[in-house]
Structures are given as C-alpha cells and as structure tokens.
Design a protein around this ligand. Structure first.
Ligand code: AP5
Length: 217
C-alpha cells in the first residue's frame, strides 16, 4: 500500500502527474481542487456552502480548513482508498496537516513529493492550461496541446479554461502558496517523508523521477 501526497505551487504539475501516477500505482486520486469544482458544478454528493467555496476559489484564496479536512477525511474513508491514495492539493496549510495527522492516524503518508518549479514559468503554464470537462485530461496550449485545437484527444469534448486561471488570480494563488503552503516543506522534511523532484523537466521526465523516489522508499 502507498499513501502519497504531491506538494507543488499552482501549476506545478500536480494534476498532470497525479493522472499518470494513480493509473500506474492503482491507487485512488484525491484532488481537493477537483472535489471543490464538482461541488460548484453540483455533481458532488452532500450539502456544502457552494457560493462561499466558489468565492474563495475565484479570489485565489484557500477554502477554510474545517471544510477541506472534513471533505478529505470523508473521501479517504471510501473503499477505493484501501489500496492506497494520492493526495493532490491537500494538505495546504500546517493546520490541515496537523488535523490530518491527528484525525487520520491510520492513514500515514509514506512519501510527500515536492515538485520544485521555477516561478517564472507558472503563469504561462496556468494561463495556457485547458482541460476536458468530461475526462479531466489536462493540456497546455504551449507545451502539450491537443491534436485538434481545443478538442480533447480522448473523447472529442470541447476543452475549457478554469475560472481561476486569470493572471490576477494566479498571482494571488502563488502568494498564498508561499505564505501558507511552503511551511509544509519543513514539516514533512522533519518527518523524513519529503522527496524533492525537479518539476521543470518534461512531463515524462518528471513522472520518471517521481516513480524513482517512490520506489526507492
Ligand atoms: P487546485 O485545483 O488544487 O489548484 P492549484 O493547487 O492551484 O493547482 P493547479 O490545479 O492549478 O495546478 P497543478 O499543480 O495541478 O498543475 P497542472 O498539472 O494542472 O485548487 C484550486 C482551488 O481550490 C484553490 O485555489 C483553493 O481555493 C481550493 N483548494 C483546493 N485544495 C484546497 C485545500 N487543501 N485547502 C484549501 N483550499 C483548497 O499543470 C498546469 C499546467 O501546466 C497544465 O496546462 C499542464 O499541461 C502544464 N504542465 C504540467 N506539467 C508540465 C511540465 N512538466 N512541463 C510543461 N507544462 C506542464
């Protein structure tokens, strides 16, 4: 069993790598960002403060810890997580990490992969991102474009741009990452589970490096 987490700035490649890792390792993918987008779309079961969540996301701010932790713990209790899971975008604050350690002590993280990415390229990655509303596949118009412009290679759906991928919101999300999420690097380093990977290489090279650090554990 492998319990993993990906730590990276917005646009750092968490979703892109998660898509490949969960297929290869046969573990569950838990993306808190995807869960919130499903809540906003009305396709995630439960009753949630939808407008409040959308407002935080569109401003580039974090959704409050109590909401995130509750949703993540509920998701982790589903059957598909028994074989291991990959957390993508959680935890994002020291408080979330501490609450997770306390409330999910039977689900300890084996490896936390930090994708180290140069900040200069992130705005281009995010403003160039397009994703498939049906299968979730992630593209980039500059680096990994679909074969046919704006159409998903796998299912022919028209690709969409995320509402929080504007230059202004991306800058705010990067500030939030530095102030609230980066302290997690030393938190997991002290626990001896942090592994650093160069996230500025090609998607395939980053994937290869992540598999090496996971298998080396
Ligand atoms: P979330 O969806 O998690 O957004 P994020 O962390 O800002 O990360 P992104 O999804 O933007 O980027 P990514 O690292 O997945 O990169 P990707 O692989 O897509 O969260 C959204 C919002 O939800 C938050 O702002 C917050 O409001 C809320 N939220 C979520 N979790 C929360 C939590 N725990 N607590 C509180 N609030 C929470 O790649 C980006 C682009 O780059 C793509 O176009 C891709 O094709 C391209 N790319 C990827 N890898 C490469 C590469 N190696 N080379 C070139 N291009 C690449």
């Amino acid at each position: 069993m492998k319990n993993l987490a990906l730590l990276a700035p917005p646009g750092g490649g968490k979703g892109t790598q998660a898509e490949r890792l969960v297929k290869t390792l046969n573990i569950a993918h838990i993306s808190t960002g995807d869960i919130f987008r499903s809540i906003v779309k009305g396709t995630y079961k439960g009753s949630f403060p939808v407008n409040e969540i959308l407002d935080y996301m569109n401003k580039g701010l974090l959704v409050p810890d109590d909401i995130v932790v509750k949703i993540t713990l509920e998701r982790l209790n589903q059957d598909d997580c028994k074989n291991g899971f990959l957390l993508d975008g959680f935890p994002r604050t020291l408080n979330q990490a501490e609450m997770f350690d306390k409330l999910a002590s039977d689900k300890k993280l084996d490896v936390v992969v930090l994708l180290e990415v140069n900040e200069d390229g992130l705005i281009k990655r995010l403003t160039g991102r397009r994703s498939c509303p049906k299968c979730g596949k992630i593209y980039n118009i500059y680096y990994t474009p679909p074969k046919k412009e704006n159409i998903c290679d796998d299912d022919g759906e028209t690709l969409i741009t995320r509402s929080d991928d504007t230059v202004e919101t991306v800058k705010k999300r990067l500030d939030v990452y530095k102030n609230e999420t980066m302290p997690l690097i030393s938190y997991y380093e002290k626990k001896g589970v942090l592994k650093r990977v160069d996230g500025d290489r090609s998607v395939e090279e980053v994937f290869k490096q992540i598999m090496e650090v996971i298998e080396g554990k």
